[in-house]
Design a protein around this ligand. Structure first.
Ligand SMILES: Cc1cc2nc3c(=O)[nH]c(=O)nc-3n(C[C@H](O)[C@H](O)[C@H](O)COP(=O)(O)O)c2cc1C
Length: 342
């Protein structure tokens, strides 16, 4: 897939998720093979006011598209210019957020109700940017107002480089199923690349989305939580095969994730951020509910690590010491899964 002058071999993309897709998660996804990552949505007004305290792009954090929201074409264009100067590889305009506080101001999916304003905004932003410009849209406001195709045509006419479509309406929120048929319709309408999004939780589904809709890339949100392996090329959208990490790999990655959080946020911040990732990493594993209930009372880092070690030891015992046997046969000495933690 091409995004302006950026070229991606691997078509899986990490979705913007507010409060979740921070530098650490973007980095982990990228280390697994994710081609492109997005920041969470940032208020254009906020960026102009707060600058670097709202957006900081580390040198390993590329390519990243910075997602902005505003209802004002001028404010958005000014913030986009600022983000470009701060090192953004692309700018994405959020036209899909259904949150009341955002929509009430006319931003997010609220913009899709005003195609004229969308056009004015895109013309202004495009005029002031040198880097690629992308938009992320929904199907429309409700079933009676499905205008993703209309907005996509406008975007193409204004020089937008890529369109991401999450085919649910504002009224749907996150309920029901994403209507992949609409991705196919947009794909058939415009000549620029289209990224499909919605309900992809496995490489198999990513492959199916590409096959059924002809989309050029697949954006993954909730399916990547606790599962950055979804971006691994072995389990790529092209092969459609999933990659299942061993317990040891899972445990190692959890430790690595914590170490990255600690480097970025410091100890206290890391503890705050880490818990929910831990919940996602252990989702679906045996006895994970009782493990999670133990976590809520734990405040200290060492106690938390102890609980994680204990839980994974139990799981490994349940597996019948498969790992140690394999090591005895191959004679390989692997690094301690907790080497990141010490
Ligand atoms: C917690 C959460 C936060 C989100 N924040 C954003 C955001 O900041 N910007 C955006 O465009 N979409 C946001 N989304 C929507 C996702 O990017 C994506 O479109 C949606 O989750 C559907 O994809 P999925 O089924 O792969 O999760 C968010 C979704 C979730 C679950």
């Amino acid at each position: 897939m091409k995004l302006g002058n950026l070229q991606f071999d691997h078509p899986l993309i990490l979705a913007p998720m507010s409060g979740i897709t921070d530098y650490v998660l973007r980095r982990l996804a990228r280390e697994m093979g994710c081609g492109l990552a997005f920041t969470e949505m940032l208020s254009a007004e906020g960026l102009l006011r707060k600058g670097e305290s709202l957006l900081r792009l580390e040198k390993e954090d590329h390519p990243t598209s910075v997602q902005l929201f505003s209802s004002s074409p001028d404010v958005l264009a000014e913030a986009a210019e600022m983000a470009e100067a701060m090192g953004a590889d692309a700018i994405d305009i959020n036209m899909g957020c259904p949150a009341r506080q955002v929509v009430e101001t006319g931003a997010g999916v609220g913009l899709m109700r005003s195609p004229d304003k969308v056009e004015r905004m895109l013309v202004e932003v495009r005029r002031r940017l040198r880097i690629p410009l992308t938009i992320k849209i929904r199907s429309g406001w409700d079933r009676e107002h499905l205008n993703a195709v209309e907005i996509s045509k406008i975007a193409e006419g204004c020089g937008v480089d890529v369109i991401t479509l999450h085919p649910r309406t504002k009224v749907q929120g996150f309920g029901g199923r994403a209507d992949w048929g609409l991705i196919r319709e947009v794909r058939r309408t415009v000549f620029i690349p289209v990224i499909g999004n919605g309900d992809v939780t496995t490489p198999f589904l990513a492959k199916r989305m590409m096959k059924e809709t002809g989309c050029d890339g697949v954006m993954i949100g909730r399916g990547a939580l606790g599962n950055p392996w979804i971006f691994r090329p072995e389990g790529s959208a092209l092969s459609g095969k999933g990659y299942t990490p061993s317990l040891r790999e899972r445990k190692t990655l959890i430790g690595y994730h914590f170490s990255l959080l600690r480097d970025y946020y410091g100890d206290r911040g890391a503890m705050r951020e880490f818990r929910r990732h831990l919940v996602w990493y252990t989702r679906g594993l045996p006895y994970s509910a009782s493990f999670r209930s133990k976590l809520s009372g734990i405040e200290e880092r060492e106690a938390l690590f102890e609980a994680i070690r204990g839980y994974f030891n139990e799981l490994e015992n349940m597996e019948g010491h498969a790992h140690s046997e394999a090591m005895a046969v191959t004679g390989r000495v692997e690094p301690s899964p907790f080497s990141w933690w010490e």
